[in-house]
Design a protein around this ligand. Structure first.
Ligand code: TYD
Ligand code: MG
Length: 457
């Protein structure tokens, strides 16, 4: 009779809908109430690999813990390396998420090829495309380094065997939802499968100090398909966004155990793959029609990276007997409605019978309130059909009483404006910061003062 202490793993059950574990099988999940969703799941004995590594000996005073420098390797795709915090940490598991067709496979194939060219063997495993499809894409991207190995495989155990044999320097799995483990009876893409496959790849990455990328699909609702545990398990979560119709793709770090999470990478999709855009402000303002009403420029900050964006507004008379329309692309809808309400109440701008359309060109989404003033100025500019001077920008958060409030790191934003040739910027009254050469700063305390300054000339 097998001794319990010697058994390799114990059997558990996991709900394929909500991911809840249970020691026994039930017809109905006790957490989400769904029927027939529990599948068998083998849990290896002992704590997970990361916990084993972390539990080495007695507690140590926080101040005395030696902080080793994490060795990093650059992929060679500059924008990706920057978002990662200066390259890949050895043994790290990086999840890349994004809508279908946004460019995840393209980015990873480019990264794999350039990594292989400088560091040696890379194994790119696709569960979604055949070898020839991958090779066609590789040729198109000119990303076929001789050390880049392609594998069409979906079984996690087979991938682990290949990795142990080949010992690549980088592993890429496209996608985690296409993989399955033969120890489970459920279908690929289900919660139990995604979780089990990710756990195997996590152990492999840590045991072999092998940096690993996982592609993760997002659902129609925008959340990661599969259990939330995937986001907890990995070291880094990167998200790729952008408007599929505009060429720009943004890469953000949502979680990073080894670096900052507010770095931003900007790419442009071309017919030869993704090109990094080092001067993002120039690219985003390239098509701006300066001197037209309904447009102003805001210096935003994404992590440490200043980014000049144009905020466009179009205010037109609403159709009679219909509620006025509000359409917002690139900014937060709720925040935009709030600014429109403040404009109506505090600056006397009658918008209740007007349709208002707001857009940030380039497919960029900006979430910081520092763009409030620029939005307010663009709406006022379109409403009264008077343009803002082409060399003027605006920055500031708008409060509910119409006051212009401080924004973080104003100096960096002003420096970027000066670098791009702007001559004037409306700013909050406090705190006072020195203006860069050739840029005049105009402190404005509320919306009315801001409009007088913006539309006086
Ligand atoms: P892909 O990397 O397959 O997206 P994902 O893996 O996120 O689903 O990219 C898909 C789109 O990118 C596809 O519609 C075609 C376009 N594309 C280019 O425009 N240029 C290129 O060089 C490549 C490879 C793809
Ligand atoms: Mg893909």
């Amino acid at each position: 009779m097998p001794c319990r202490a010697m058994s390799k793993s114990k059997v558990n059950f996991i709900c394929d809908r909500c991911g809840t574990e249970s020691p026994q099988w039930h017809g109905k999940c006790r957490s989400c109430g769904e029927w027939n969703t529990l599948v068998e799941f083998r849990v290896p004995d002992g704590p997970p690999a990361a916990a084993r590594r972390a539990s080495a000996g007695a507690p140590v005073a926080a101040a005395e813990v030696e902080i080793g420098v994490q060795p990093r390797v650059a992929c060679g795709v500059e924008e990706l390396d920057r978002v990662l915090g200066g390259g890949l940490v050895l043994g790290s598991l990086v999840l890349l998420t994004g809508d279908p067709g946004i460019g995840k496979s393209t980015l990873l194939l480019q990264a794999a090829s350039s990594f292989a060219a400088s560091h040696g063997t890379c194994l790119y495993v696709s569960g979604e495309e055949s070898l020839s499809q991958m090779a066609i894409r590789g040729r198109r991207l000119r990303a076929l380094s001789p050390d880049l190995l392609l594998l069409a495989e979906t079984e996690a155990e087979a991938i682990v065997r290949q990795v142990e044999q080949i010992r690549p320097r980088l592993l890429l799995i496209d996608s985690i939802q296409a993989m399955y483990s033969s120890s489970l009876t459920s279908l690929p893409g289900t919660v139990s499968q995604v979780r089990d496959c990710a756990a195997r790849l996590f152990s492999l990455a840590k045991d072999l100090s092998l940096p690993t990328f996982l592609v993760g699909h997002v659902t129609k609702e925008g959340s990661l398909a599969g259990p939330r545990v995937l986001e907890h398990m990995v070291d880094v979560v990167l998200s790729m966004e952008g408007d599929r119709h505009s060429g720009y793709r943004l890469l953000r770090s949502v979680k990073n155990r080894f670096g900052s999470t507010d770095e931003l990478g900007l790419f442009q999709m071309t017919d030869k793959g993704l090109d990094g855009v080092p001067d993002a402000s120039a690219a985003l303002l390239a098509e701006r029609r300066a001197g037209t009403s309904g447009s102003s420029v805001a210096p935003t900050l994404e992590g440490t990276r200043p980014l000049l964006v144009e905020i466009q507004a179009l205010v037109t008379r609403a159709a009679p007997h219909l509620p006025p329309r509000r359409s917002v692309t690139g900014l937060d809808f709720g925040r935009t409605c709030l600014i429109l309400a403040v404009l109506e109440k505090r600056a006397g701008l009658p918008l209740a019978a007007e349709d208002v359309f707001v857009n940030v060109p380039g497919g960029i989404r900006i979430a910081e309130p520092a763009t409030d003033l620029s939005l307010a100025v663009s709406v006022a500019s379109s409403h009264q059909d008077s343009p803002v001077p082409a060399d003027m920008a605006c920055v500031g958060e708008v409060g509910l009483t119409g006051e212009i409030r401080a924004v973080p790191r104003l100096e960096r934003r002003l420096a970027e404006l000066a670098r791009r040739g702007f001559r004037r910027c409306l700013i909050p009254v406090a705190p006072r910061v020195p203006a860069p050469q050739h840029l005049e700063t105009v402190p404005v305390e509320d919306l009315s003062t801001a409009f007088r300054a913006a539309f006086s000339s």
